[in-house]
Design a protein around this ligand. Structure first.
Ligand code: TYD
Ligand code: MG
Length: 455
């Protein structure tokens, strides 16, 4: 980019404050370690350096709607996360922890997308050709139209793309790519942003559907804090617990479909396998009628998934009892414990508390409050929750049970898996009236919920 090079300044990635020298802390907003080196133009650009004008203003109603060209990969859970299929010219960012399966997923998807006349080009900056071959064999990739290359320099990549003219392009990972026009090191914010920016421009001009793979930093953002998320059309996160085989593909942003969608995979010897019916899988090893176990219907996007929440409450020998959670927000659990103590009268103060979502899934919905609270109460009272009962509802600070979104979808999934009863907010139950095949128990407060489950 002519004219983009100039003098170097340090810019706070949080508030935009600029200084000439690096500082550990931004003097403007107080953020630590937020300054990154950037190049700013030294003076105004001359006429020749300006980019060509892209369009002239015109009435909105004169614009022609672009007919979105979409291609489904046939990898159902991947397509689902993308809102049905891959859109031509769109840029998708796939983020996730190292080793979670991003390269595997993109290779499997590209292999299915690449056909005669619509080639896929996968560019790796992390692995050698020999490693790629090993992986491809393991995954059983077979499309003759999937090309691979090992390269990290953006200018070379753009040349390759010009030669090959692929329909689909993947860069694994964006943090290893760099443009030779900037002196900054690969992986630095300036490099990541500039390379991504130019790839996005290319995608819009050529119509190549582009996948950028990005590693997530410790803070949980894709390096180059947020800059990438703003640049691209779609942001997907692949997550899961490495000690479990489940992988969840979450849609965080999507200009071409609903967000909050969720694809479910299982990592096997031969790559990621789709899990079209996750509830059955998550409940496969369920222990029936054990104190502390509750099944909750979580709703991720439009998709209901039944998962088992387990709690263990036992007297502590420590001055400061332990509270450990996996898959649920510890703050939310603390809040529920406080409500159980204060509004229900269960004295959990001196107890060690453990809460776990089975299968290594992470759940954030408030609709799971009631289930988590009942799992805690069930373990504390040492009385099991009936195995045929599904539990959902948000719990407020006064112990009231509130309605949640899309109850029918949750109930249908429960009925499909053989649940005969559901405990939910009374207002919601009244609103629903009858639900064929299931008995609905409506409750106003957490205390009533506990009384009706453990009479
Ligand atoms: P990978 O796709 O390399 O992760 P990322 O690109 O997100 O860093 O996947 C890494 C892990 O997946 C690795 O530990 C091995 C495992 N794996 C399988 O279990 N089966 C497979 O077929 C493949 C290719 C990988
Ligand atoms: Mg990888």
């Amino acid at each position: 980019m002519a004219g983009r090079i100039g003098k170097s300044v340090f810019v706070c990635q949080g508030c935009g404050y600029q200084v000439a020298k690096w500082l550990g802390r931004c003097p403007e907003c107080g953020a630590w370690n937020s300054l990154a080196e950037e190049m700013v133009p030294t003076g105004p650009l001359s006429e020749g350096q300006l980019p060509p004008r892209r369009s002239t203003p015109q009435p909105l109603r004169h614009l022609k709607a672009a007919s979105e060209v979409r291609r489904a990969s046939g990898l159902g859970e991947f397509d689902r996360a993308l809102g049905g299929s891959v859109v031509q010219g769109s840029v998708v960012l796939l983020g996730g922890d190292p080793g979670i399966g991003k390269s595997t997923l993109i290779l499997q998807a590209l292999d299915r997308l690449s056909v005669e006349g619509r080639q896929g080009l996968y560019i790796s900056g992390e692995e050698s050709e020999a490693q790629l071959k090993l992986r491809a064999d393991r995954l059983g990739l077979k499309s003759p139209s999937l090309l691979v290359a090992c390269e990290t320099c953006l200018e070379n990549i753009l040349k390759m793309v010009e030669e090959v003219k692929p329909a689909f392009l993947a860069l694994d990972s964006i943090q290893t790519m760099y443009t030779a026009t900037l002196p900054a090191a690969p992986g630095s914010i300036t490099q990541v942003r500039e390379t991504a920016f130019r790839l996005v421009q290319q995608a819009k001009i050529t119509g190549i559907a582009t996948f950028l793979i990005g590693h997530v930093t410790k803070e949980g953002t894709i390096a180059g804090p947020m800059v990438l998320e703003h640049l691209v059309d779609t942001v997907l996160y692949l997550e899961g617990d490495r000690s479990h085989a489940f992988r969840l593909l979450r849609t965080v942003k999507n200009r071409f479909g609903p967000t909050q969608e969720l694809g479910v995979f299982e990592m096997q010897e031969t790559g990621l396998q789709e899990v079209p019916n996750p509830s059955a899988l998550f409940l496969a090893e369920r222990s029936l009628e054990v104190p502390g176990a509750v099944v909750v219907p979580s709703l991720e996007g439009t998709r209901p998934i039944l998962v088992e929440v387990q709690a263990l409450v036992s007297p502590s020998s420590l001055a400061l009892p332990r509270r450990q959670t996996m898959g649920v927000d510890p703050g939310r659990v603390s809040l529920l414990v406080a409500v159980l103590e204060k509004r229900v009268g269960l004295a959990m103060g001196g107890q060690d508390l453990f809460v776990n979502v089975v299968g290594g899934v992470r759940l954030t919905e408030p609709a799971l409050d009631l289930g988590v609270a009942l799992a805690l109460a069930s373990s504390f009272l040492d009385r099991p929750v009936p195995a045929d009962t599904l539990i959902f509802g948000e719990v407020g600070l006064t112990g009231e049970v509130r309605a949640v979104s899309s109850p029918e979808v949750r109930l249908k999934e429960g009925r499909k898996l053989g649940f005969a009863r559901a405990l939910l907010a009374r207002r919601q139950q009244e609103h629903l009236g009858d639900f064929p095949g299931m008995e609905l128990l409506g409750v106003d407060t957490l205390a009533t919920a506990i009384r009706s489950i453990f009479p």
